[in-house]
Design a protein around this ligand. Structure first.
Ligand SMILES: Nc1nc2c(c(=O)[nH]1)N[C@H]1C(S)=C(S)[C@@H](COP(=O)(O)O)O[C@H]1N2
Ligand SMILES: [Mo]
Length: 197
């Protein structure tokens, strides 16, 4: 008799990639220790095939701020729909740096040493963000606070937590999980889970 109370609204199946299940919570997925970085100490360095430049927290706060809602798909098979973030759009951030046209790929670097690679064309999309706010709260440390990248169209291991560097590259290099068996791109609807080489 409580059926109607507890029945959850069924999500649009087109939003849930094959092999994924929905979760209402927000599981924490971290390899290794969680770096404790205060906003005033946080920095983002850009180097490689781009003019080297270091940004502070205040530099980021002075950039245009945008709210966005996106689905989040972890390769370990959980997906969370409609995650609400706020931050700086990658396309806005790009106006503050000078990238060599020969750059076709990037390495995302993090406090703590985690890395993950991404192709330039996957990085420069409108829906990608440097996020510092999650569901109207400062991004919790466990979720990558004070600042992480969010790349909604790829599996969540590409959404680097505690981001502190972007290295622009003239060819693909593999990041941490990519060297350890995950796919170099990781598109959830194509189920690009594991490396094919
Ligand atoms: N620096 C760093 N970023 C990371 C990870 C990590 O271990 N270290 N894990 C990745 C993985 S596998 C996932 S699923 C998401 C999880 O984000 P959450 O812990 O906020 O849910 O962060 C990604 N970014
Ligand atoms: Mo993940």
């Amino acid at each position: 008799m409580f059926g109607s109370l507890f029945k959850s609204r069924s999500p649009d199946p087109a939003r849930v990639p094959k092999g994924q299940r929905l979760t209402n919570g927000f599981p924490i997925m971290t390899y290794g220790d969680t770096p404790q970085i205060k906003p005033q100490d946080w920095q983002l360095r850009v180097w490689g095939l781009a003019t080297e430049k270091t940004f502070t927290w205040n530099d980021f706060m002075a950039m245009p701020q945008t709210e966005f809602t996106a689905d989040f798909h972890c390769v370990t098979t959980w997906s969370k729909l409609d995650v609400q973030w706020k931050g700086v759009k990658v396309t806005d951030f790009l106006k503050y740096i000078e990238v060599d046209p020969k750059a076709v790929h990037l390495m995302e670097h993090c406090y703590g040493g985690y890395t993950t690679n991404i192709a330039m064309e996957d990085f420069v999309r409108e829906e990608n963000f440097f996020a510092h706010t999650l569901f109207d709260q400062p991004l919790p440390i466990d979720n990558g606070g004070p600042m992480r990248l969010v790349v909604p169209h790829l599996y969540a291991w590409k959404s680097a937590k505690w981001l502190n560097g972007l290295e622009f590259l003239d060819k693909m290099q593999l990041g941490f999980w990519e060297r350890n068996g995950y796919h170099h791109r990781g598109e959830p609807f194509a189920e690009e889970r594991y490396s094919s080489f």
